[in-house]
Design a protein around this ligand. Structure first.
Ligand code: G1P
Length: 292
């Protein structure tokens, strides 16, 4: 048994990145020369996923366009001998089946995941929030293994300063995080006030969920911010069966806001096999010039 399907909620308005997100979905913002969404899919594939369900908005057709064939561009690349790029283009979506479902109103993350119910079916599945880029598939792979071992849902965790917890879902752990980075979860609270937060362990945008979560989602009432919150559906699960968190020291970028996106682009550009060397020299020149 393995986790094969991943849901990527991508119907959000991207208000933290206006005005570019008026016409370019934030999921397609470039990380050097690939859309952020491609890196999320690569992370999922690296953890063993072979079916991606994108929860899209009807207002963002360019997300689907990214996966469509582009025979004219390919013909041009082939004719001009750019076969490396032609091969890269042909590989988009080849290792993985990509399906689309639609969320017609922005009612919250719980609602977005609920829209994928029929496409997911009756199996455990991952959820990857595309605003967060991870440096590797390691966290998601570990979470999938814990889900299979425990037959319960799993959330990705990060420890943050107490002052930052109110922007996130926060877990109430049972005991300490073990040597493998795993901790049992008693309860979860979406965006608590600092004084009400049960810990400094926040939920990051990675989940591996058992399919009974869909019944809990169907029964959701508006929670924090008036939205149907996935965290509240997980609360229902935690009350009735084991739910775990996994804490891993992986690189993570919040690419849904300009500074996080810039950090990701700069750090990954410095490591890029093709552009890294030239970019490093350029960056050193800029920084050497002193404050401008
Ligand atoms: C969502 C979840 C929250 C989680 C966060 C991670 O919040 O509701 O529990 O901690 O993602 O990024 P959002 O950022 O959509 O407000």
């Amino acid at each position: 048994m393995r986790v094969r399907t991943a849901v990527i909620p991508a119907a959000g308005l991207g208000t933290r990145f206006l005005p570019v997100t008026k016409s370019v979905p934030k999921e397609l913002l470039p990380i050097i020369d690939v859309p952020a969404l491609q890196l999320i899919i690569d992370e999922a594939v690296g953890a063993g996923i072979d079916h991606i369900v994108i929860v899209n908005s009807p207002n963002k057709p360019s997300i689907e366009a990214y996966f469509a064939e582009s025979p004219e561009v390919l013909a041009k690349l082939d004719a001009s001998g750019r076969s490396d790029m032609a091969d890269r283009m042909r590989a988009i979506g080849r290792d993985v089946k990509v399906s689309f479902v639609y969320q017609h109103a922005a009612l919250g993350l719980g609602h977005a995941v609920g829209c994928a119910r029929d496409a997911v079916g009756d199996q455990p599945f991952a959820v990857l929030l595309p605003d967060e880029l991870m440096g590797s598939s390691e966290l998601l792979a570990a979470m999938c293994a814990v889900c299979i071992d425990t037959a319960g849902s799993v959330v990705g965790l990060k420890r943050v300063p107490m002052d930052d917890v109110s922007a996130y879902g926060v877990i109430d752990p049972i005991g300490e995080v073990d040597a493998n980075g795993v901790v049992a979860v008693r309860d979860l609270i979406e965006k608590p006030a600092v004084a009400d937060a049960p810990s400094d362990l926040i939920i990051i945008g990675r989940y591996v969920l058992t399919p009974d979560v869909f019944d809990a989602i169907d029964a959701l009432k508006p929670g924090a911010g008036g939205e149907l919150q996935l965290t509240d559906a997980l609360r229902v699960q935690a009350a009735g069966r084991p739910l775990h968190g996994v804490l891993r020291d992986v690189r993570r970028y919040d690419t849904g806001n300009p500074v996080g996106w810039l950090s990701a682009v700069v750090e990954l550009a410095l490591e890029h096999p093709r552009y890294g060397e030239a970019f490093r020299a350029e960056l050193e020149r800029m920084i050497g010039r002193g404050p401008v």
